[in-house]
Each structure stands twice: as structure tokens, then as C-alpha cells.
Design a protein around this ligand. Sequence first.
Ligand code: ADP
Length: 420
Amino acid sequence: MTGIALGCIADDFTGATDLANNLVRAGLRVVQTIGVPRRPVRDADAVVIALKSRTAPVAEAVSASLGAATWLQAQGARCLYFKVCSTFDSTHKGNIGPVAEALADLVGARFVPVAPAFPANGRTVFQGHLFVGDQLLSESPMRTHPLTPMTDANLMRVLQPQLASRRVGLVARQHLAGGAAAVHERAGNLAEQGVQMAIVDTVEQPDLAVLAAAVAQGNWPLVVAGSGLAIELPGAMGLKRHTQADALPATDGARAIVSGSCSAATNAQVAAFMARGGSAFAIDGLRLAAGADALVDEALAWAAAHLGAQPVLFYATAQAETVRSVQQALGVERAGELIEQALARIARGLVDRGVRQLVVAGGETSGACVKALGIEQLRIGAQIDPGVPWCHADPPGLRIALKSGNFGGTDFFHKAFATT
Ligand code: ADP
């Protein structure tokens, strides 16, 4: 490996893809890895290590993040990018604060900017308060999130109790208005007051361009950010813009979709695929419970007869009332697990039968399929719809798109295969 410039650590899988997608759009060649890579990563300007650390126990999240950071440093990364959710998903224990602090200690950062905003997706920060569209974070649906309820929109107040030794300040809009020099002056003033970490206001994307310039000019070794900063940072760091950054190796083989998401968007996508005459095989949770092996075998026998010129779909995707009745019969966890495992086995079987272009719908479903396919690295290609790029995984020599439930337009499946 020739050395990477930007080393990224994402606290969940789809967050990693979102970040990688923006880095590719900024002209970098990007490889996303599932955990710390065991094999060398080649031809990449940035590596995004996807962890599952957002809601893991604090010590586990810190240790996994330090492991990733150490590997990235060894590959030459001069800036570490700790990617967090644009709604700052965390609890009073962490994990954003403890991980950020451990990384800051590792790289010897005197000042760490914290910029979760992504204005294009309606996430903005003003006077340190996070907004989701026109709602304060604490008044948005995030306030009742099952794992990380966000009941305070003031990010200084959210972050401070998560930190062991550092104090949190604010780089406000008025500082950003003065450009990178004014941001440096503000950072210097904060440091004099013993404040080593600061929430950075972001009302519009150009605010992130100013922050990126400050990071690059100051050689700051660590940023904590959502994916919005990734659009600005490569240019500010003077990294070469590759015109073919999204080029992927050609793949030739059958095409398939595996869908385990029950989101409104995915339901509409499945319906649209079938309305266009696409062949589809339904996976019924209750039938699975009665005999998973038989249904998976039946699905793969059907695949053998139908794989060919047109893409085929395998779906457990269902409307809310069907999902509820399956969950009542099997229990929420058992239903989810049974269906994820069956879809993952089908994905594996499809690849064994010659599928070389695969779309997976659903975050958890994607995780299960990636694992079943033994995928450790993904080269990130062109975006199909915002936040969902085609990727290439080798092994097994597969083009794959991993779509989190709510993403993508109604015609996503058709569009995906039209853009390979
Ligand atoms: P999303 O990204 O939309 O949240 P996920 O794949 O993360 O999608 O989650 C969907 C969950 O719903 C998975 O655990 C999946 O196994 C489960 N599931 C899919 N179809 C059904 C169904 N028909 N009944 C019950 N659970 C289902």
C-alpha cells in the first residue's frame, strides 16, 4: 500500500458507506472495510473502517476505535476522521465523547472540531444547537429513539458529560464568517481557556468549507464529524481529485435483489419492481419458522430456473400489519433473525450460482449478507441514489449495493441495474 491521506473510522456500517460515498464524490479513491482490514488495502486515498461501535459498551467502542486508528496511522493517514451520526446519536455515557477523547490522546490533538451537521440532509447546527429540518433535535423523532434518545439539542451540553478530562466549547457562525484564520484564532482562544474540543456551527455547506480549510491549514490531526465535511476536506487538504475515482472493475453475471427492509421506501421499491414485470420470490416469516432449510432450498431452486437476462428479487419486505402479525407469532427478535439469516443464505446461494450484481435492501439485512458472503473490503463506486453507491467486493468478485431501508427513489432497483 502506498499510503493513505485520510483515515476514517465510522461508528456504524451505513454511516461508513454514507461517508465513503461523499469522499468518492470529492474525487478520492475509497475502500470501506468491515472492521480493521486483515489484508492490505490497495489503490486508495482514503480508507473508511466501519465499526459497530455506536451503541456498544464504552470500553469496547474505545478499544475498537483505537485499533482502527492505529492501523490507519500505520498506513500513513495524516488526518483521522471519526464519523458520527448527523443526529449525534449517543447517550450521557458515550460513545462519541470517550472515543473522541481516546483518539485525541492517540494523535496528540490539541484542538478537536466536532461538526455533525450535513445541511444537504437538513441537519444544521446553530449556536451549538442541532436542528433536524426545522425542528430542534430534542423535538424531532430522535427524541424517542429506542437506543439513543436525543432529548437535548444543545450539543455542548450533550457532549460535556461524555468526556473524562476535556472541556467543550463552541466555534460559532460568527467565527466561521471570518474564514479559516478566524477559526484558528477562536481555537487558540478556546485552548487558552483550557477548552480542547468544540462544537462547530454549520448553517450552510460553505461553513464546512471554512472548517475544512482550517483543519487543512492547521494540520489538525483529528476531526469528529458527520459525512458533510467529507465533501470539503479532500480539496482543502490538496488531495488529488481522480476523475475516475468511482470506477469499479467490470462484472459480468446474473443480477439479483435481496430485500429484508420493511420501510415505506422499500415497500414502494418492491412494488415498483413487480409492477414493471420483475420476477420475485416471497420469503414468508411463518413458513421460515416451520422449516428454514426447505424454504431457502425452494428459493434457490427457483433462482436456478429464473436467473438470466433479467434481475430477480427475493423479498421478505411487507407492510406493517403483516410484519406485526409475524412478530406476534414469532417474537420480534426471532422473526428478524430468522429472516435475516434466510436472506443471507439466499444471497450466498445466489453468488454461488453466478450472480455478480447484487442489491441488498435493509441495514441489518445488509450486515447479515455481507457476513454470509465473507466480504471484508468494499471499493466504493458511483452513487445510484443519494447515500447509496455501487461497491465492488473481491472476493467474491461481486458488484454490490447496500441500501439502508429508507434510502432510494421508488424506481431504485431498476435504476441500480441501469447505472452499472
Ligand atoms: P431497515 O434498513 O429498513 O431498518 P433492516 O434490514 O435493518 O431494514 O431491518 C428490517 C428487519 O425486519 C430485519 O431484521 C428483517 O429480518 C425484519 N423483517 C423483514 N421482513 C419481515 C417480515 N415480513 N416480518 C417480520 N420481520 C421482517
